[in-house]
Write a protein that binds this ligand. Structure first.
Ligand code: ATP
Length: 327
């Protein structure tokens, strides 16, 4: 199992999980996930459909228990959700509003239900950019406007932590950009915004920190920049004589090159080709090939989350086996 190597101080964390496991019968929806997420900024929770994002969010919100392992939200255990519920806003399904009522009236009734001041309604309408449309009936709202209204409802208690499950689901590209911008604004105001998606490209530009899960397993957890490093330039080298592979790895490592595990893929750009060639030559090895590898961040994400099978039970078991052999 992969565990994140985050040096974030746990007391400064928005969310921590420790060996979080959730099973539904024989299906492992979350497989011993251990993460420490920072406070502040946009945290992207990414993974293909059925990878356990909603399950994790439901555990964090105290809606379902974990099978084993622990989690904390704003320093409180998820077994005591009442302790942090007032500081957390969530949008976990397509928000449901009374269609015949205006956005403002819907929010007013929600505020009243939660014992929040009515003055907050105008504030959240402004924050999500629905000013000027707040008196229109929700029936006439586009999907994007409904999502904004859902986020406005989640913002009513002025939460320190906002958790949004797939807020861009079903939105057109313009709507996705709008929500992305809104997430950034909300984080810039000092909140932690956790947002799940199955598409990296949708939220990549908004995220400071990423958690990637696949079939319940943690694939990556760290600052966005770390994933960018993973997507960094690489060159594949090959010696003229296959028998020189091991010697070439040792020589390149000794010359200070960083190599990917068990391969002749070196972290470097096309501009490093000459220096790599020299390092090999100095070790008495002739290179037959130097091939720059171009990989986008999306490629890295897709590789990390590539599905070995469509059967989720078999997949979660297969993923576990693979992780065990990699450990
Ligand atoms: N209540 C439940 N009972 C049985 N299986 C469940 C239940 N909830 C989730 N699962 C299963 O757990 C796995 C993870 O589901 P989850 O909804 O957490 O994934 P997800 O990453 O949020 O997916 P999506 O992007 O499609 O929303 C899936 O295989 C799902 O079918």
């Amino acid at each position: 199992m992969l565990t994140s190597f985050i040096e974030t101080d746990a007391s400064a964390a928005s969310i921590t999980t420790d060996g979080l496991l959730r099973q539904f019968g024989s299906l492992t929806a979350l497989d011993r996930v251990t993460v420490t997420l920072p406070r502040g900024g946009v945290v992207g929770l990414l993974g293909p459909n059925g990878s356990g994002k909603s399950t994790l969010i439901r555990i964090l919100l105290g809606l379902i228990p974990s099978t084993s392992g622990q989690a904390t939200v704003l320093g409180h255990p998820t077994t005591k959700p009442a302790r942090y519920a007032g500081d957390v806003g969530a949008l976990i399904e397509a928000p449901s509003f009374v269609p015949g009522l205006s956005a403002r009236k819907n929010l007013l009734s929600l505020a009243r239900l939660r014992g929040l001041p009515a003055t907050r309604v105008a504030e959240v309408i402004r924050i999500v950019g629905l000013e000027g449309r707040e008196n229109e009936s929700v029936r006439r709202f586009s999907l994007g406007m409904k999502q904004r209204l859902g986020i406005a409802a989640a913002l009513l208690p002025d939460p320190a932590l906002l958790i949004l499950d797939e807020p861009t689901n079903g939105l057109d590209p313009a709507g996705i950009v709008e929500i992305r911008q809104l997430l950034k604004t909300l984080a810039a105001e000092g909140r932690t915004v956790v947002v799940s998606s199955h598409l990296l490209a949708e939220i990549q530009a908004a995220c400071d920190y990423l958690v990637i899960i696949r079939f319940g397993e943690l694939m990556f957890s760290g600052p966005m920049g770390e994933l960018l490093d993973k997507a960094g330039a690489r060159i594949e080298v090959a010696p003229e004589h296959p028998a020189d592979v091991d010697r070439l790895r040792v020589a390149l490592a000794a010359a200070g090159w960083s190599l990917e595990d068990d391969s002749l893929v070196v972290h470097g750009s096309a501009a490093d080709a000459g220096a790599l060639n020299r390092a090999a030559h100095e070790a008495g090895i002739t290179l037959s090939r130097l091939t720059p590898i171009d990989e986008s961040l999306e490629d890295v994400f897709l590789k990390m989350t590539a599905a070995p099978t469509r059967d989720p039970v078999a997949a979660s078991q297969g993923a576990r086996k693979k992780a065990a052999t990699n450990a």
